[in-house]
Design a binder for this molecule. Structure first.
Ligand code: AVI
Length: 293
């Protein structure tokens, strides 16, 4: 994915601390306030937790704290594509949380789910998919993804915890993706630099593009684009492909879907799962949902 090279991950990490990008702080508030209840109700000794796209595990900390407080003995699998950040995040945890066994699964979701299915078939599992990662898939892709996890790696009774952003006001969403510090713009523009790194020559001259953020309220999705600031030709030399762009032409590079309560219901139905309820934070901007098979 062009956005998440090392530099992109570094900028994205800064975005998650930014006040205008409310999603991460909202999710942290939910987990900070509700992890004791979540663990009390849904985590038993011997359970297996599987976090998809674990990253820096900043949010998971609250669940791990609650597990330790409740004295539960579990195994925690962190799935991530970035080996270095997986090692870096996992290494210090064993000493902090002695009742939890930590295992890193470095690889794609697909490979990790097959591995879990083979090696942890009989354990009761709780999957974690936080950070509104579902938002970067279309609604159909999101439901299909959950259905695939359900079919390949879950047994009846297994749980799925999912962080989902709400259809918030136009102003709130627009500011989140066009923050006052310009972090999201830098994150987006780094994607063009990364394309040049991948192709090992200049495909896109970033100075000929600008970042455009549009919240499409009707469809409940934020749309991120590169706008060509002049008539230009972009060349993929080795592929012998030239693309002519007109001034003002838009190239979409990201969608961030937001969910109404009805859309969450459709998601659960599409995934053939059931709903166990949700937790929300004080501003009612973001929810963490518990589904089960
Ligand atoms: C990772 N993902 C959920 C973020 C989002 O909100 O769509 C990525 C992001 N793009 C711009 N800001 C954050």
């Amino acid at each position: 994915m062009i956005l998440y090279d090392d530099k992109g991950l570094e900028i994205f990490d800064k975005i998650t601390y930014d006040k205008d990008y409310y999603l991460t702080n909202a999710e942290i508030e939910v987990l900070q306030n509700n992890s004791d209840e979540l663990v009390g109700k849904y985590v038993k000794d011997g359970d297996v937790l599987v976090e998809l796209g674990a990253g820096a595990m900043r949010k998971t900390k609250y669940i791990l704290d609650a597990i330790t407080k409740a004295g539960r003995k579990i195994t925690y699998y962190a799935v991530d594509l970035a080996e270095a950040s997986l090692r870096q995040s996992l290494e210090p945890l064993a000493a902090t949380y002695p009742s939890i066994k930590f295992v890193g699964l470095w690889g794609t979701y697909h490979d990790s789910l097959s591995w879990i299915q083979k090696n942890q078939h009989n354990a009761r599992k709780l999957f974690l998919w936080l950070g509104s990662s579902i938002g970067n898939l279309t609604r159909k892709e999101g439901a299909d993804f959950l259905l695939n996890v359900r079919n390949t790696a879950m047994r009846d009774g297994d749980l799925f915890l999912c962080g989902i952003d709400k259809r918030n006001s136009f102003e709130t969403v627009s500011l989140a993706y066009n923050d006052r510090s310009g972090l999201t713009r830098d994150f987006a523009m780094n994607g063009l630099v990364n394309i040049n790194n991948i192709f090992k020559y200049t495909v896109f001259d970033p100075s000929n593009f600008m970042y455009v953020s549009i919240y499409n309220e009707a469809d409940g999705r934020h749309e991120a684009y590169y706008e060509s600031t002049k008539d230009q030709t972009v060349e993929f030399r080795e592929e012998k492909v030239s693309v002519h762009l007109k001034k003002g032409e838009l190239i979409n590079f990201e969608y961030s879907y937001k969910y109404s309560p009805d859309e969450v219901c459709e998601l659960i139905q599409g995934a053939k799962m059931s709903d166990l309820g949700k937790w929300t934070e004080s501003k009612n901007l973001y929810s963490v949902h518990m589904f089960y098979r």
